[in-house]
Design a protein around this ligand. Sequence first.
Ligand code: DGL
Length: 278
Amino acid sequence: MKANTVGMMNELRIAAPIGVFDSGIGGLSVLKQVRRLLPAESLIYVADTGHLPYGSKHPDYVIQRSLAISRFLVEQGVKAIVVACNTATAAAIAELRRQFALPVIGVEPGLKPGTDLSRGGTIGVLATAGTLGSKKFRRLVSAHGQQYRVIVQPCHGWVELVESGALDGSAARERVASLVTPLLQQGADTLVLGCTHYPFLEPLIRELAGPDVAIVDTGPAIARELQRRLAVSGLLRDGRGRASAYFWASGEQLPSERQMARLWQAGCQWQRLPDGVQ
Ligand code: DGL
């Protein structure tokens, strides 16, 4: 092949978008960090709102949904996939990496950074039942949590709070307090946000925890890891210009302008996923 043809093909590969997905709009907490660090990268975001929440579903179901969405993203020509969901990462990342020959970046609860921040040695991990019950999480605790007291807290209902836009107000405050207060009473000095929906509840968690408790959100680390993986694969698109972002969802009702104004930015368009991916 001629050198200029190879050069053009490389440019096309570099210009390809990055695919990001979650069970819902929680993964926007990761997407925001990707946009902040890599503003020139085009983005395609998929919210699997028709099948939410993942946290209470069987891992096989989450694997099947993750494969269907990833196939769709690959058909859209993405150069990398970010699984912006701890639950889907725990269930499906090994299978995704087996089936797709492109960088697949996942998220896991930030226990390791939590151990670096903890002064008293008690760390509370807030996540879905699916994440906390996974083999991957057990391995994470045995790799990094042995010298620490790790208290896990499945946060039923938090995903739904974020999806419904209830980020403050008395219902959200009560629901968050009922699960965070017991961790604080048990002496947790570090709280790990092990679900990508929870950073949107961080103001409420901070209000309860006060200034001395460390709160770990892995979003910025995921964006850095994506940058590193793209760079080593020769796929990083540098630059400052703000690239396009497309949003797809599987649920009947698409996320509203009002929700998006708080979680991402106003004025973005959502489309319904094609039937085969519903
Ligand atoms: N954002 C997903 C996570 O990080 C939420 C999972 C769910 O839908 O229950 O785990």
